[in-house]
Design a binder for this molecule. Structure first.
Ligand code: AMP
Length: 252
């Protein structure tokens, strides 16, 4: 009778190697976080503050598009008018830019993705992309702000002209120390072209009809953390809750 086939016994060296590899992957587990919220909710602010603390990259599709616009590339020329009107840029272009950024070696440890996905189709595209890399559905952090507060925030937002800095201020809630000058790097501040009274309603409408329904999808997957924010609560509280959610995800 044939002897039963058994796996070879684990050697001491083999066991040690497995333990080391296990720890290596635990330490290297990439963490992807999607930060969602209406326009002006503070996605960029919390992502840029949390990135250096968590060691994750901050990838904003809005910033990637603005870079294309500033560099006068073909993509930039196409996207400019859409962005000015608060309309969505195509799924093909936004996925292309996001994928290019995500595949950079420095971003493979994980990233905070800000401004993507903005629709169900984009959520599926991102899921597929991460699935191909063997990465789970990311953690989604939603910053919930009332529409009234969003309008007030967008209407008074000031952004640094230095693209490397990108700090934002608010004429009322967070004014710069010196009028029109960035506290962080000393460059001039400006009002984003899409932060104007004509465009704001379009952006809110696009958010309500296309992006907000996505939350149902993420809630079902039990991957959603919600942070409540108002114009009275400061951005520090949002950062604190955001970091706690990321910490929980990284140690899971
Ligand atoms: P944000 O900086 O995230 O507010 O984005 C600014 C603008 O860039 C938006 O109003 C859109 O026109 C465009 N945009 C950014 N991300 C996306 C996306 N994922 N899909 C479509 N358009 C986008």
């Amino acid at each position: 009778m044939e002897k039963e086939m058994k796996p070879p016994r684990q050697t001491m060296m083999g066991w040690l190697k497995e333990c080391l590899l296990d720890w290596y992957w635990r330490l290297r587990k990439p963490v992807f976080v999607i930060v969602m919220g209406g326009p002006g909710a503070g996605k960029g602010t919390v992502a840029s503050k949390a990135a250096p603390i968590t060691g994750l990259a901050h990838i904003s599709t809005g910033d990637l598009l603005r870079r294309e616009v500033n560099n006068r590339t073909e993509i930039g020329k196409y996207a400019e008018a859409l962005m000015k009107n608060g309309e969505f840029v195509s799924d093909e272009i936004t996925l292309y830019l996001l994928r290019k950024e995500l595949t950079k070696f420095k971003n493979r440890r994980g990233a905070i993705i800000d401004g993507y996905p903005r629709s169900e189709v984009q959520a599926q595209l991102l899921e597929q992309l991460l699935y191909d890399w063997n990465i789970d559905i990311p953690l989604v952090v939603m910053i919930e702000v009332s529409e009234e507060d969003l309008v007030e925030r967008l209407g008074g937002r000031l952004t640094c002209t230095n693209k490397e800095c990108g700090a934002t201020f608010h004429v009322k809630f967070n004014p710069p120390k010196e009028e029109g000058i960035c506290d962080v790097c000393g460059s001039e501040l400006y009002r984003r072209e899409d932060d104007n009274p004509e465009t704001i309603p379009n952006r809110l409408e696009a958010y309500k009809t296309k992006t907000a329904p996505l939350l149902r999808f993420y809630r079902l997957n039990d991957k959603l953390a919600v942070i409540q924010s108002t114009n009275e609560t400061g951005s520090e509280k949002v950062l604190e809750e955001f970091l706690a959610a990321v910490e929980k995800e990284s140690t899971n």
